[in-house]
Write a protein that binds this ligand. Sequence first.
Ligand SMILES: [Zn+2]
Length: 332
Amino acid sequence: MTVSPKVLDENSTINYLKLASGEWNESLIRDSFVAEEADAIISLPPSSSNSKDRLMWHYHSSGVYSMRSGYWPSSSSFGNPSCAGLSCSESWWKFFWHLDLPPKIKLFMWKACHNWIPARCNLMAHGMDLEVTCLICGKSAEPSLHALWHCSSLKVLQNACVFAAGDSSLDCAPFGEFVRSCSFKMKVTDFERLCVIWWRVWHRSNMAVHNNILLPVSDICAWVDNFCSDFQDANVSGLGVVARDSSGQVLISLCRNVKANYQPQIAEALAIIEGLRLAIDRGFSNFVPRLSNKVAHGLAKLDLINDDVSVWVDDCPLYVEDLIVGEVPLSL
Ligand SMILES: [Zn+2]
């Protein structure tokens, strides 16, 4: 890990790094710190209060060093020593952005990993004068990791996800490191599910603090499973094709799943390509533009519950039979 050279005077304060407007003096920061540290500083909103600078121990929410909190950074490799420092962080985020999760959950996780969610310790670290005790359990200070995982009110959830149980070295870790550690121990799909759990836990916390409604923790897993299932379904587009002869008889019909959530126009264009391929394969000629769109649409919807491509020669599935009869193109 690279450490910045001592460019600044040792009596320099945070205010020295800010412009008169209160914004960060980015060029001074970049001249004074290595890129990793400069990025970390600039990624934080500058405090608007003029409170005195204080030295804070990064690895505990109180900002005070203790033997226990010192243990974590000294063993921060978590069994993956090749993964310390900036290069790992970059490659880990690349892995993270490619996860199959809705953008809103990725954004939430990015904020949470950078302590940008308004957990009470984060608010205090950004200059708010408040009590840092968790408002739900009332027992401990509330950094991000407590709000999203260690709160005693989440005991049922922790018991249901045993991957991190018993690893006391994680108790004082920043949430981002805890998340990364979990990702190393889990299957990708399980880790994706866990990200949705954290998102839901944060929703529960907001409901408790702002609406005075404490949702039962025991419902979170079932809610998350439903959410993941709906998300997977929404990520599938169905293509449906039907070809008739001049008397309206069905020559062939097809439906296929495509694992992507396409815009309707794109899905329609893909269905046309699929139809043309099918027609060429079957030796059809003299195509007439679409006149059986309801049937094709019905086939597209049908395929959302099937896994593979399905083709019916001289036939169509029972599901769209009514549509076939009702939509016989009389003009043919
Ligand atoms: Zn709590």
